[in-house]
Design a protein around this ligand. Structure first.
Ligand code: FAD
Length: 447
């Protein structure tokens, strides 16, 4: 069986590449070992956001009296929340499958093993391809901690399908995944503790606004242990004991459940990648050029395996670039304006440079920070809540970074992302007419 392109992995990178190549008339084979949609649709972006929406509705219903609405007794049904999440996932996975079929993509269920750049094996079958796109994604990184093998810990997969709410939950890792689960379980009444090794949660996001978000959740009852290292784990009849080190002092916290969310690592092993002898980065990711082509001509790598941002929208864009290149269409990947969003309530989003990244690079910049109360729409819809919008400008007054804490940061951050990608100056951005009243007007106010 011969194809013009073989794609390994059916996550956002793989299914985007498959659909684009299929639509362009190429014969495409997509190989997926678990479920089309990858981590994002099945156990990442979509299921977490579905759960978080239920939690947000619960928060809003409980706070309805602030808007002169009487909601009565508000309660929730966890099994039904999880069942709705599963329904949403099923619907979207079916949608992806339908799009792939409509684009004439051939699909094989199974684990692909790379034989060489033109041959991939699944079970007994060997498939031949002119080009190869590797989109095997990433998996949970499980750290080495004394006693880990003796405790019944959760990863995000278990947390997404919790049948019952624990009374207490310790989350190791205050990154995006840790904070989103902290937000979800806090809204549902679980006593949450977040342990983070760094001096602030959400490493890589704007540090000042991350601190504001942490304070907000601390007010709602989440306990944060920063600059804290977990050194041992054990389990007894009271629950899971997490021993940690902080300021050279050791202490132990006991909780019913433990969620590990310390990071993700690229899937690089167990499928014959080494047979290609690709050049790797110092951190062990596959080296790609601006067209997503690896050091071996005709072999591309897209998505989390490249280790650039571990975000679905980056994976999608990288896949488009790769397919355009193999179709001979000019296109290059730009990482200048990749938005990052934390879907807590309030949401927190950032794009482009942070003050921390600029300081590290020694780039001169100026920061404009204003409260979200400068947006009329925000005030109308966020009784008693504030947030911040921070814009970063370079010496030529070009917008190089934007950070928003406040709903709906996930939606409005795109406006700033476009400005950063187009390298707009403040004056150019201000010429864009933004509908009134919308929260996106906050960027004009900040300028
Ligand atoms: C809890 C959680 C929440 C997240 N939330 C967000 C979010 O809100 N926004 C966002 O942008 N990103 C989010 N992410 C990250 C996002 O899921 C990933 O960036 C995205 O899925 C990467 O896409 P990908 O195509 O590179 O890889 P993946 O989605 O990991 O897909 C890779 C696929 O390859 C398959 N595969 C691997 N090896 C083989 C093989 N040998 N043969 C056949 N198939 C193989 C796997 O089964 C998998 O389906 C989240 C992740 C998690 C875990």
């Amino acid at each position: 069986m011969k194809y013009q392109v073989i794609i390994i992995g059916g996550g956002p990178a793989g299914y985007t590449a498959a659909e684009a190549a299929g639509k362009a008339g190429m014969s495409v084979l997509l190989i997926e070992k678990r479920s089309v949609g990858g981590v994002c649709l099945n156990e990442g972006c979509i299921p977490t956001k579905t759960l978080l929406y239920s939690a947000k509705l619960l928060d809003n219903a409980k706070g309805a009296s602030k808007y002169a609405i009487t909601a009565g007794d508000v309660s929730f049904d966890l099994p039904k929340i999880i069942a709705r999440k599963n329904k949403v996932v099923r619907k979207l996975v079916l949608g992806i499958k339908a799009k792939l079929s409509a684009s004439q993509v051939s699909m094989v269920d199974g684990t692909a093993t790379i034989v060489d750049k033109n041959h991939v094996q699944v079970g007994e079958d060997i498939y031949e391809g002119e080009k190869l796109i590797i989109c095997t994604g990433s998996e949970t990184f499980v750290p080495t901690i004394t006693g880990l093998d003796q405790v019944d810990y959760w990863t995000h997969r278990n947390a997404l399908d919790a049948k019952e709410l624990p009374a207490s939950l310790t989350i190791v890792g205050g990154g995006v995944i840790g904070m989103e689960f902290a937000s979800f379980f806090n809204s549902l009444g679980v006593k949450v503790t977040v342990i983070e090794m760094m001096d602030e949660v959400l490493s890589g996001m704007d540090k000042e606004l991350s601190g504001h978000l942490r304070h907000e959740y601390a007010k709602r009852g989440i306990q944060f242990l920063l600059q804290t290292r977990v050194v041992a784990l054990s389990q007894d009849s009271d629950g899971i004991c997490v021993t940690y080190e902080q300021d050279e002092e050791k202490a132990t916290i006991v909780s019913e459940k433990l969620l590990l969310s310390v990071g993700r690592k690229a899937v690089m092993h167990g499928f014959g990648l080494e047979n290609l002898g690709l050049q790797l980065t110092q951190r062990g990711n596959v080296v790609v050029n601006e067209h997503m082509e690896t050091s071996l001509s005709g072999v591309y790598a897209c998505g989390d395996i490249t280790g650039f941002s571990l975000l679905a929208h980056t994976a999608v864009r990288e896949a488009e670039v790769a397919v355009n290149h193999l179709l001979g269409k000019p296109d290059t990947m730009s990482y200048r304006a990749i938005p990052g969003v934390v879907y807590t309530n309030p949401e927190f989003a950032g794009v482009g440079q942070t003050e921390e990244s600029l300081l590290a690079k020694g780039i001169t910049y100026c920061a404009e920070t204003i409260p979200m109360a400068y947006s009329g729409r925000f005030v109308a819809e966020n009784e008693g809540v504030n947030g911040y919008c921070k814009l970063l400008l370079d010496e030529d007054k070009r917008i190089i970074g934007a950070h928003v804490l406040g709903n709906p940061a996930s939606e409005i951050i795109t406006l700033a992302g476009i400005a950063i990608e187009m390298m707009m100056t403040a004056a150019e951005f201000k010429k864009i007419v933004i509908p009134h009243p919308t929260v996106g007007e906050i960027f004009r106010e900040a300028l």
